[in-house]
Design a protein around this ligand. Structure first.
Ligand code: ADP
Ligand code: MG
Length: 240
């Protein structure tokens, strides 16, 4: 089957810095892949190349078999949640979530029902009339997730979505994301994290990154029990 997401030999250079070196990676439809690695290993750059926020210096990016390397972000139809992608402070929660739908000129009645649906999906149905500043960090993160889901993306990209949350909230959000996965079985998830626990809890498969390179890819269980690479073993393995 055609992968939902595919990187073919993608490199990204910023001046003399190599942020991503020759990434080859495919993600199947409906799969949750965790891109796991320490800070500075190139995870966010890979996600940005996929989302269209940075242009690969070489290589191509495909979505459902289509080469999207030259498409602007808004034409890729992805749901994206990154930390810097804050909510619009002057808009109520509902308007924030409706933003992408309105940009696509969806009919008003459809926008209203979709907004209600995705806010319910992330447990924020009661907060539609609030402003972002009236919400906790975790609640804002849920709204950001709802905003990404509103356009019903085939592929959802999450970059360290829990890193700003305290430990208890993080547990809640992991449970929430697992529930979401079960409710949206056809949605492909690419989940960037430096946290082994999150990757093991959420992903079907983990891709380990180090120094701008992909080190090893495999099912969680395999990477945890039988890592092929020494770095994977030290970073993630059962010996820890
Ligand atoms: P991660 O998300 O794994 O922490 P990044 O993809 O953000 O890593 O960064 C990978 C490398 O590329 C780092 O060395 C980082 O400093 C560098 N880098 C990332 N973005 C830029 C940029 N816009 N300009 C220059 N260097 C960058
Ligand atoms: Mg990052």
């Amino acid at each position: 089957m055609t992968p939902a997401v595919e990187f073919r030999d993608v490199s990204v250079h910023f001046g003399r810095t190599t942020a991503l070196a020759g990434l080859d990676l495919a993600v199947a439809r409906g799969e949750t892949l965790a891109l796991l690695g320490p800070s500075g290993s190139g995870k966010s750059t890979a996600l940005k190349a996929l989302a269209g926020f940075v242009r690969p210096s070489s290589g191509r990016v495909f979505l459902a078999g289509q080469d999207v390397t030259d498409l602007p972000p808004h034409k890729r139809g992805l749901g994206v949640v990154v930390q810097s992608y804050a909510l619009f402070p002057h808009m109520r929660v509902a308007a924030n979530v409706a933003f992408g739908l309105n940009a696509r000129r969806a009919p008003r009645a459809e926008v209203a029902s979709r907004v209600a649906e995705v806010l319910d999906l992330v447990g924020m149905g009661a907060y539609a009339r609030r402003y972002p500043r009236e919400l906790s960090g975790g609640q804002q993160q849920r709204v950001a997730l709802a905003r990404a889901l509103a356009i019903r993306p085939d592929v959802l990209l999450l970059d360290e979505p829990l890193s700003a949350l305290d430990a208890a909230l993080r547990e809640d959000m992991i449970a929430e994301l697992l529930r979401l996965r079960a409710e949206l079985p056809d949605t492909t998830l690419v989940y960037v994290t430096h946290d082994q626990g999150e990757a093991l809890a959420l992903a079907d498969r983990i891709a380990v990154m180090r120094d701008s390179r992909l080190v090893e890819t495999g099912p969680c269980e395999q990477l945890y029990r039988r890592p092929a690479d020494g770095f994977t073993a030290s970073f993630l393995g059962a010996a820890n």
